[in-house]
Design a protein around this ligand. Structure first.
Ligand code: NAD
Length: 492
């Protein structure tokens, strides 16, 4: 982006200049008055101050959530009553999708059209769990003449929700929807890089009629506010999405309290393209799979394994298409890759690109795109001939950077696909359905898409294996995570 373009870029109207916590139905500052800077990724200028929560603020938020759980109406309401409020939340989110997308795109650098899609997904998450709790059926067992046994499903208490900066509003909804639907109360600690869209939840919830104290939000750094939430004895559940390394720290910190943990962690997901695949569809989908959402996507297909017979043609077509991906101002509807979220993350992605130059063959991108002297812009970058021990093959980059590697046999493809510490998603492209199913079953991945883009069905499990996560969310698995299932036995 040139200096003139920077000067004339679109800035959303009515941006706040500070963000507070929301505790017990009120917006409040940190008890010690502390704040932190929030940057926007096109100019990298500080555009607001957010309250920097610490242990004292988490204590207040947890106390409010515990009161709302112990004494308030929320856990005691009929599922139908909670469902009505959740549907209202979904309607309000949907009616504000343009504003939400505008703010999310400004704060995180996501292309505006993709941010709009994420806002709609957030509404859908609420709608889905609103319906699910009304349809919920629990098991009953009869031992004729002796016993009847049934399951009494109960909300657990205060759920601590800790979320990352990629598609922040949608990922928050993915936890808030089921946690609230099941009758828990919550304390949300959103990512410190992107607190803007999260600050809208309180108004939406108030308008929809959620009782005070049920939803609480504390902004702040992970090592301070997040850490205090994980270590709070009155928070029996932590649902965390973020880096695998952070997940390990949280796992350790939660261990003394034996907390319920759901961990959605990092990925280095393979897309495997066999010689018999529909090449055009595979190229289109694997381009979208790594460059959409700026490549800042946990399920990005960031390693593409291509069968040798079509390897050269694939690389050539892929590189040509990557060069056509439109990089631009996140607020411009024509933009396909915007600006990365933060200069720290930009430096990390750029350092991997430099490493990649000695590990593979650069065939597209490779640094800052032309015409963008400032801002966190990265040209869609493609490395071919990447060996399996390369760092850009093994490590999560979380940006618009992809590694392409050739293979000869199905066995070699499987070995390459499974030869990393992660196991979140996988994508398989082949015309041979028998091979596709066998391959899917052998691969270490929580989710596999066959001849398909990453399209979610909210009823299916979502979660990773190995370093990509622990436990599953999605459909009834989310309901299971956020509830106790008590067995009640009656002698006849
Ligand atoms: P991160 O781990 O740095 O931070 C995530 C959240 O954890 C933030 O709110 C942060 O403040 C908080 N945090 C940091 N340290 C903490 C601590 N010691 N105690 C408690 N909380 C702490 O992750 P990020 O950089 O924000 O997000 C990107 C990562 O998230 C990538 O690895 C990506 O793959 C992963 N991710 C996974 C999924 C999934 O569903 N599997 C989805 C989206 C993102």
């Amino acid at each position: 982006m040139t200096d003139t373009a920077l000067a004339t870029r679109r800035v959303p109207a009515d941006l706040p200049d500070r963000i507070q916590h929301y505790i017990d139905g009120r917006f409040v500052d940190s008890t010690d008055g502390g704040t932190f800077d929030v940057l926007e990724p096109v100019s990298n200028e500080v555009y607001l101050q957010a309250a920097a929560g610490k242990k004292a603020d988490i204590d207040l938020a947890v106390a409010a959530a515990k009161r709302a759980f112990d004494e308030g109406p929320w856990p005691r309401m009929l599922p139908r009553e909670r469902s009505r409020i959740l549907h209202r939340i979904a309607d309000i989110v949907e009616s504000r999708d343009a504003r939400l997308a505008e703010l999310e795109s400004f704060d995180s650098g996501l292309p505006i059209t993709q941010a709009l899609g994420q806002a709609r997904r957030a509404a859908e998450n609420f709608r889905f769990f609103a319906d699910l709790i009304v349809a919920q059926a629990d098991d009953t067992y009869k031992v004729p003449g002796r016993q009847i046994n049934y399951v009494n499903r109960k909300p657990i208490g205060v759920a601590g929700l800790i979320t990352p900066w990629n598609t922040p509003f949608m990922l928050e909804s993915w936890k808030l929807g089921p946690a609230l639907a099941t009758g828990n109360t919550v304390v949300l600690k959103p990512a410190e890089f992107t607190p803007l869209s999260a600050s809208l939840w309180a108004g939406i919830f108030e308008e929809a009629g959620l009782p005070a104290g049920v939803f609480n939000l504390v902004n702040g750094l992970g090592e301070e506010a997040g850490d205090a939430l994980v270590k709070h004895p009155d928070v029996p559940l932590i649902s965390f999405t973020g880096e695998s390394r952070t997940g390990q720290i949280i796992f350790g910190n939660a261990a003394p309290f034996l907390k319920g943990l759901s961990m959605e962690l990092g990925g280095k997901s393979p897309a495997i393209v066999f010689a018999d695949a529909d090449l055009e569809a595979a190229v289109d989908a694997t381009i979208f799979g790594v460059f959409s959402l700026n490549g800042e996507r946990c399920t990005a297909g960031s390693r593409i394994l291509v069968q040798r017979d079509i390897y050269d043609e694939f690389v050539e077509r892929y590189a040509a298409q990557a060069k056509r991906v439109v990089v631009g101002d996140p607020q411009d509807p024509a933009t396909e890759v915007g600006a990365l979220v933060h200069p720290e993350h930009y430096e990390k992605v750029m350092s991997y690109i430099e490493i990649g130059k000695s590990e593979g063959r650069l065939v597209a991108g490779g640094g800052r795109p032309e015409g963008f002297p400032t801002g966190n812009y990265v040209a869609p970058t493609v490395f071919a001939d990447v060996p399996r021990d390369a760092r850009i093959f093994q490590e999560e980059i979380f940006g618009p950077v992809v590694a392409i590697t050739p293979f000869d046999t199905d066995e070699e493809a499987l070995e390459l696909a499974n030869g990393v510490k992660y196991g979140l998603a996988a994508y398989v492209w082949t015309d041979d359905l028998k091979r596709a199913h066998n391959f899917a079953q052998a691969i270490d991945a929580g989710m596999v898409w066959l001849n398909s883009n990453n399209v979610r069905d909210l009823r299916t499990p979502f979660g990773g294996v190995k370093a990509s996560g622990l436990g599953h969310e999605g459909g009834y698995r989310s309901i299971d995570f956020y509830t106790h299932q008590q067995a009640v036995h009656i002698t006849l």
